[in-house]
Every structure is written in structure tokens, then in C-alpha cells.
Design a protein around this ligand. Structure first.
Ligand code: NAD
Length: 247
């Protein structure tokens, strides 16, 4: 459609889960989409042709190289979707300093690196937007998620600060706050339990909707915030949590 046609988009962590659903949704609607991921070969089994670049968001040189290559192949950049992220479980007593630095480096500083590399290109766009994948963990006070929640709280604050810094340049910055989304990540967590089917049923029962959020539903929210459809929206968090926080 007009809102997505020709939109030049880079999605980090776009080879799996929410990032992949976002890349495929936007490409299906006429956007030109490039994926930056640690593991781009995971895209090979898909039907949607996507540009793919290997990079690690904790390695500044690899990020700069991949962004430069993606922008050259796309012929510019309108949208950065900062989605790459990893999980961590436990209370503050369960993760040591190295683990804190490692997860903060991916989930927070990783977004800073990709954003720094993308900003000069976004400034040249007349429909520039950044969408960060945050989480309900940013504000929900979830048990056993101290480190993960702290990284997502930082992503939320970073979203607001970036929105303020770049609004005059015409760059909008928003985030999505998914609840529990049915992605390979959550599949891996369930598979690590003694009874994955029972754990999944219990997880679903805790959702107001009785089911998990789908990756496509999160992708829909990201696509909205990425496109001129949300042209007057910046500095907001859009919950995609099946009512988890609001009800
Ligand atoms: P996923 O594990 O299915 O996909 C994550 C992708 O990021 C993978 O392709 C992985 O290779 C890539 N990645 C990880 N570390 C990277 C790095 N250092 N550099 C480059 N790429 C890297 O996970 P998902 O569930 O789709 O999660 C995506 C985002 O959504 C994350 O930021 C996560 O925190 C957020 N989120 C997920 C949920 C959920 O329930 N699944 C809920 C809220 C927020």
C-alpha cells in the first residue's frame, strides 16, 4: 500500500520471532526490507525474499559495516527497527556482573550502536522512524526478571530520550511493549521445563485473552509505528499484551 510501498527498512534480530514477522509483514506490503542478525541463514527456509546481513549488535564495527551495506543495497533508509534482544531470568542474586554487562550490552547498548550508525541515513529520509522492541517487563514489575526488566526499562527511557532529541529532525521514535509472544524464544523457554505442554497451558491461562500474543500481532504494531500512518506519533509505547497490563 501507499503507506509501506518503497519504505526502506532495516530490522535487527530480523531472522526469528517478532523481527522476522515484522520483516515479512512489511515486505509483503511493498516495503524494501533488510535484516541484520547474528544468524541470517535462519531466513533461508522462508518464502519472502529479504536482504540479510550478518552482524552482532555488541560489535560496533560489524554493526557499522552491516548498516552501510544495507543502506547501499536499499538505496537509503527510512526506518530502523531495533528488535534484537536476549532474555535473562532470576533475581538480582542470580546474575553476576558479567551477565549484567552481557545482557545490557545486547539489549540496550546494541540499540545505541545501530541507531548511531543509522541516524545519518535517517536524516536524509522524509518519513524517518525508529521503532524499538521494548516489553511489558519495562513497567510491570515481573518476578524473576530483574536483569531483563532493567534492560527493557532502559529501552523505554531511551525511546523517550531519542524521541525528544530527534523530533526536530523529523525522526519519530516509538516502542512496542509486547506481552508474552509466541516466538522461538518462548518455545525454547518452555522446552527447557519438565512439562512444556503443561507450562504452555499455564502461561496461556495467565493471559487475560487465554492465549499468547502472536509474533504477527507485534509485527502489526511495529509496522504501524514504522509507517506514515503514525506520522504524528513519537515518544510513545504501544502495548501489545492481550490486556495484560491494562485489565
Ligand atoms: P527470538 O530469539 O525468536 O529472535 C531474536 C533474534 O535476535 C534472533 O534471530 C537472534 O539471532 C537475534 N539476535 C540475538 N542477539 C543478537 C545480537 N547480539 N546481534 C544480532 N542479532 C541478535 O526472540 P523474540 O521473542 O522474537 O524477541 C525479539 C525481541 O522482542 C527482543 O528484543 C525481546 O526482548 C522482545 N520481546 C519478546 C517477547 C516474547 O515474549 N517473545 C516479549 C516482549 C519483548
Amino acid at each position: 500500500s501507499q503507506d509501506f510501498g518503497g519504505l526502506k527498512v532495516l530490522v535487527t534480530g530480523g531472522a526469528s520471532g517478532i523481527g522476522r514477522a515484522t520483516a515479512e509483514l512489511l515486505a509483503a506490503r511493498g516495503a524494501q526490507v533488510a535484516v541484520l542478525d547474528l544468524n541470517p541463514e535462519a531466513l533461508k527456509d522462508g518464502d519472502t525474499p529479504l536482504l540479510a546481513y550478518r552482524a552482532d549488535v555488541t560489535d560496533d564495527a560489524s554493526v557499522r559495516e552491516a548498516v552501510t551495506a544495507a543502506v547501499a543495497d536499499l538505496g537509503g533508509l527510512d526506518v530502523l527497527v531495533n528488535n534484537a534482544g536476549i532474555g535473562a531470568q532470576g533475581t538480582v542474586e542470580d546474575n553476576d556482573d558479567d551477565e549484567w554487562h552481557r545482557v545490557l550490552d545486547v539489549n540496550v547498548v546494541g540499540m545505541v550502536r545501530t541507531t548511531r550508525a543509522a541516524l545519518p541515513h535517517l536524516r536524509a529520509s522524509d518519513r524517518a522512524a525508529i521503532v524499538n522492541t521494548c516489553s511489558i517487563a519495562a513497567t510491570a514489575g515481573l518476578p524473576q526478571r530483574a536483569l531483563y526488566s532493567a534492560t527493557k526499562g532502559a529501552v523505554y527511557s531511551l525511546t523517550l530520550a531519542m524521541a525528544a532529541d530527534h523530533v526536530r529532525e523529523g525522526i519519530r521514535v516509538n516502542c512496542v511493549n509486547p506481552g508474552t509472544a509466541d516466538t522461538p524464544w518462548v518455545g525454547r523457554l518452555l522446552d527447557a521445563t519438565d512439562d512444556p505442554a503443561a507450562e504452555r497451558a499455564a502461561l496461556e491461562a495467565r493471559q487475560p485473552t487465554g492465549r499468547l500474543v502472536s509474533a504477527d500481532e507485534v509485527a502489526g504494531a511495529i509496522a504501524y509505528l514504522a509507517s506514515p500512518l503514525s506520522g504524528a506519533t513519537t515518544g510513545t509505547a504501544l502495548a501489545v499484551d492481550g490486556g495484560m497490563q491494562g485489565l
